[in-house]
Design a protein around this ligand. Structure first.
Ligand code: ADP
Length: 198
């Protein structure tokens, strides 16, 4: 089974490409979804978060108040490390379980959708790294349009990530998403044909 790591930068079009891959019928393991699942009430990471951060970070319904927790760790690097050390191992564990599930099922290819593929330590897990790229100007425009953010908010978010140009050097294949959605689809198909997925 070939494992493809899909990544990008904020508003580069990763979700757009991920939806195309899903349409091909290829299984996708989504790191963002998993990172929400592992902090659901009753899960191991949930228990550890409440033990470390106190029940003040809970909503009335018992769910973790992600906004509140986010603002705590955003301001404090030590707390951020504590949270990551709780959440990341559980995310990796869940991803491994899902990889094993698809492997046993006999899937030919799966895609791991991982926003921080290069920033994290998961590159060793995948056989191919696929980057969705846009130029800085398009990235800023699409981010502002999608999230209705100000230019400053959008720039702050873009600048908090590894620049897309740096990620280019680390990828096995790059989809240039500056053009139309259909053009992106054609590029994706060509790459998958090259990798013998189709
Ligand atoms: P990401 O998942 O990388 O953050 P999205 O897939 O959400 O990015 O794309 C960012 C925004 O740009 C979305 O509003 C999306 O609809 C739009 N978009 C993505 N690709 C294109 C494209 N090729 N042409 C025009 N708009 C696009």
């Amino acid at each position: 089974m070939i494992k493809i790591g899909l990544t990008g930068g904020i508003a580069s079009g990763k979700s757009t490409v991920s939806a195309m891959i899903k349409n091909f019928g290829i299984p996708i393991i989504d790191a963002d979804i998993i990172s929400r699942e592992v902090v659901e009430p009753g899960e191991e990471a949930y228990k550890q978060i409440v033990a470390s951060f106190g029940s003040d970070i809970l909503l009335e319904n018992g769910q973790i108040n992600r906004k509140k927790l986010g603002s705590i760790v955003f301001q404090d690097a030590d707390q951020r490390i504590i949270l990551n050390n709780i959440v990341h191992p559980q995310v990796r564990k869940s991803m491994l379980q899902k990889i094993n599930f698809y492997e046993k099922k006999g899937e030919k290819a799966i895609v791991l959708d991982i926003p921080l593929l290069f920033e994290g330590k998961l590159t060793g897990w995948v056989d191919k790294k696929l980057l969705v790229y846009v130029d800085p100007k398009t990235q800023l425009e699409r981010l502002i349009n999608r999230d209705h953010s100000t230019e400053k908010q959008a720039l702050d978010r873009i600048r908090s990530q590894m620049p897309l140009d740096e990620k280019k050097a680390l990828a096995d294949a790059i989809i240039d998403n500056n053009g139309s959605v259909d053009n992106t689809l054609q590029q994706l198909k060509a790459i998958f044909r090259q990798w013998h997925i189709f």
